[in-house]
Design a protein around this ligand. Structure first.
Ligand SMILES: [Mg+2]
Length: 195
């Protein structure tokens, strides 16, 4: 049987930086919640949104009620503010030209497939598939680990690119994979993660 190999890449903050889009989304949502009635939960969410506006990231324990709203604003309304990680995109484009298969694996969710595929096409990334979760029942790192497990049963060799070291560590801990290489992506810097 033919030996199959695949390059598997995360999307947000690996291929595209979402900070400016998240900040705009957080400002937008902040205004919306201010108009809602006061509750402890809304008060905490406003505090969390101030952190997002300042730092461009979502604090742990961010309100479930508003999470999807925030991501929808960031990934749909402010999609044009996602900025490409050009050196890494060019690296993957070259790898695809050399005959490698590219798979996008992102926990952002099936609801954002259209916007995700549009950005990939806009930057000329020739992927074979985009894998997104149908729902958000599992934690992102858990969902990702299970999808990598499925891929590692199909492909003899996988090279995985991801911006979150904890996601890589979670996969290594749970799968103890023999046939996967892991690279932590930070702008143009790829760091090989050893088990
Ligand atoms: Mg990411």
């Amino acid at each position: 049987m033919e030996k199959l190999s695949a390059l598997v890449s995360d999307f947000d903050d690996t291929l595209f930086f979402n900070k400016p889009a998240l900040i705009s989304a957080a400002k937008d949502l902040y205004e919306t919640i201010l108009k809602e009635e006061n509750s402890d939960e809304n008060y905490k969410t406003l505090n969390d949104l101030e952190i997002t506006i300042g730092e461009g990231k979502i604090p742990k324990g961010f309100s479930k009620k508003w999470k999807n709203e925030l991501y929808t604003l960031a990934y749909v309304k402010y999609s044009s503010k996602l900025s490409p990680n050009e050196p890494f995109i060019n690296y993957l484009k070259d790898a695809v030209k050399q005959g490698n298969e590219l798979i996008i694996l992102s926990a952002r969710g099936e609801e954002f497939r259209k916007e995700t595929e549009e950005l990939l096409s806009k930057y000329g990334l020739d992927y074979s598939k985009v894998i997104l979760p149908a729902n958000h029942e599992l934690k992102d790192e858990e969902w990702k680990m299970l999808e990598v497990k499925k891929l590692s049963e199909i492909y003899n060799h996988i090279v995985l690119f991801e911006d979150k070291e904890e996601n890589i560590r979670h996969i290594i801990r749970n799968l103890k994979p023999e046939n996967i290489e892991f690279y932590l992506v930070d702008h143009s810097i790829l760091t090989y993660i050893t088990k």
